[in-house]
Design a protein around this ligand. Structure first.
Ligand code: SF4
Ligand code: SF4
Length: 586
């Protein structure tokens, strides 16, 4: 086959596959543009290249639109000169298109939200990328990263042994830091409440983010694990436009969580990982995901609100600002959660402007960090971001995205800004209040407390403590009572809220374990009554429930939150660990 024919073949394939990729949403965006120019100023490339119309979103979009007009829309057949219909024929044409869809757009979607006609250029720009990738026309970095994700299972080609070694290393670091050899980073633990997935960048360049997350899970008393395989929640299919890669990568993670019988998949701080895994992945993989998927930002807020971790914001006093990742914010609506968390763990949070859905891209979106041939124009496009960072007056920029950490780092270096980049997990870990280990005092023997004294003498952790177990399921009561008695506690039992309240008042226990689904008086009311009772101000409460939807009965009330929280079913280790924490014996 001659060279010319081969070139023609690739262009033919692009057009043919475009017909297969068109859907109502893409066709709508390809048809709707009225060339009003409203989107022009939205694009960070435009700000950095004044006077160059080739960076305008509508101009770039027209390079893809002309193919649609020519081959799939009647107007292109009847009045092609009027609607600017055109085609691609040679490799040079495809290369030119590649330099636009990969090199002049980060798929940030800022122009999409500023278009009065609802044109989502980023969506069909991604489609165009996928068409070019399907015929092998792509930046070298896109080919390399895609290959690693197809063949090794993660974007950075991290080998399984290196991943597991890093987890082990971080576990040891944490054991030293907390002076506690029982701290674990569990791998492939079955039936965990949380399966934690990460970005391979964390293994390669920021292992401390794994250790900090592990520290938070440990202090929260979480029943958690990390998968040994399929652990990469990033997905280069989002950037390359390759839906087959997207589906394969998402499936590996979904299937691993299912195999482990995990209850919640927690996605570490990564914008495109969150969007790919939680929002787009089920479509690409064509499968339903039967468990909850959430960002670690939501998990950390939950732990603080439920009293599972305590934080002291005075540990983070440096002025910080927040950069919204395009994928987290514009595409997935995570606007307020990171701000809520920042205000809980930092004393000086300053917004940058514009923010939320109007924030500008870090320059590293859309896989741009892997396309070194476009680095000069990418760095130049960071002009707007650099202005935003400087004007914030902050010393640290926080972001919930590993990609943005690198993009912002490049902008900071290129524009010589005196600023550091960090993520929420580091700030939360730094703000954690971890109770000092205290020894249990051995009191003088008193006849009436003989059993407690024996327990103390045997060094049992709950010796001398009285625990009121309130649950309407006799099996649960017996399980909790037996475990705590074996560890030295004296047990009282209640099967409804009224009984629990009466026993709390008459016996003054140290701890109440409280089921939320008991019959009779509303457990939320009982809880509020306990919190309002001056005589019970020292009573600690650990919620133990199999119905997390009832948490609002307690957590929505404006009274002091419970000191502990556990999801059923509880196992012995988790119960003891959490009760120790609640009683502040650790
Ligand atoms: S994409 Fe929307 S905002 Fe931009 S020129 Fe077209 S119609 Fe106007
Ligand atoms: S998606 Fe973002 S980078 Fe691409 S044209 Fe629109 S504003 Fe510019």
């Amino acid at each position: 086959m001659s060279k010319n024919k081969e070139r023609h073949y690739k262009a033919e394939k692009v057009i043919e596959r475009m017909g297969q990729k068109l859907n109502r949403q893409i066709a709508g965006s390809l048809l709707a543009c009225v060339h009003c120019g409203n989107c022009t100023d939205s694009c960070h490339y435009v700000h950095a290249n004044p006077g160059d119309p080739t960076y305008a979103p509508a101009y770039k979009a027209d390079r893809v639109r002309k193919l649609f007009k020519k081959h799939f829309d009647w107007t292109g057949r009847v009045i092609p000169w009027w609607v600017n219909a055109g085609t691609v024929e040679t490799d040079e044409d495809l290369e030119e298109l590649k330099d636009i869809v990969f090199g002049k757009c980060t798929n940030c979607r800022r122009c999409s939200i500023n278009c009065p006609m609802g044109v989502d250029y980023a969506t069909f720009n991604r489609m165009a990328r996928g068409l070019l990738v399907s015929v092998g026309v792509q930046p070298e970095g896109v080919a390399v990263v895609s290959k690693d994700q197809w063949e090794i299972g993660n974007q950075m080609g991290v080998l399984k042994e290196d991943y597991l070694d890093t987890l082990e290393w971080m576990e040891e670091e944490l054991q030293d830091e907390l002076d506690d050899p029982t701290v674990k980073i569990p791998v492939d633990k079955m039936d965990a409440d949380v399966v934690y997935s990460i970005n391979p960048r964390e293994v390669k360049y920021d292992p401390r983010s794994i250790a900090d997350a592990a520290k938070i899970f440990h202090v929260a008393g979480e029943n958690w694990t990390m998968p040994s395989e399929g652990w990469d929640m990033t997905n280069f299919g989002l950037f390359s436009g390759d839906d087959a890669l997207g589906g394969s990568v998402a499936s590996r993670l979904y299937e691993k969580v299912t195999e482990l019988n995990g209850k919640t998949l927690v996605i570490s701080e990564c914008g495109h990982g969150y969007r790919s895994t939680r929002c787009e992945g089920p479509n690409w993989a064509k499968q339903d995901v039967p468990y909850v998927m959430e960002s670690s930002v939501d998990t950390m807020i939950r732990y603080i609100k439920e009293g599972r971790i305590k934080v002291d914001k005075t540990k983070n006093t440096t002025p910080v600002t927040f950069h919204d990742s395009c994928n987290n914010a514009r595409s997935c609506g995570l606007f307020e959660e990171p701000r809520e968390l920042l205000n809980l763990v930092c004393t000086d949070f300053r917004e940058m402007y514009p923010n939320r859905s109007e924030n500008y891209c870090c320059t590293g979106g859309g896989g741009a960090m892997s396309m070194s041939e476009y680095t000069p124009q990418r760095l130049k496009s960071g002009l707007k971001k650099a202005e935003q960072l400087k004007e914030s007056g902050a010393e640290v920029v926080v972001t919930s995205c590993h990609n943005c950490v690198d993009g912002l780092g490049d902008v900071i270096r290129h524009y010589e800004i005196d600023m550091k980049v960090t993520q929420l997990v580091h700030l939360v870990a730094n703000a954690l209040v971890i109770e000092e280990k205290v020894s249990v005092p051995v009191e003088a023997p008193v006849e009436a407390e003989a059993s407690a004294v024996v327990a103390e003498a045997e060094g049992l952790p709950f010796a001398g403590k009285v625990v009121l177990v309130a649950d309407d399921e006799p099996d649960q009561v017996e399980f909790i009572a037996t475990v705590l008695e074996d560890n030295g506690a004296t047990i009282l039992r209640a099967s409804n809220g009224e009984e629990a309240l009466a026993l709390a008042r008459s016996e003054k226990p140290d701890l109440l374990t409280l089921d939320l689904g008991m019959p009779g008086r509303d457990v939320g009311e009982v809880y509020e009554t306990i919190r309002a009772d001056e005589d019970l101000k020292d009573l600690r409460v650990c919620v133990i429930t199999g119905r997390p939807e009832l948490r609002k009965l307690i957590y929505d009330r404006s009274v002091k939150k419970p000191e502990g929280y556990l999801d059923k079913p509880v196992d012995e280790d988790r119960l003891v660990l959490n009760v120790r924490k609640v009683l502040e014996l650790t």
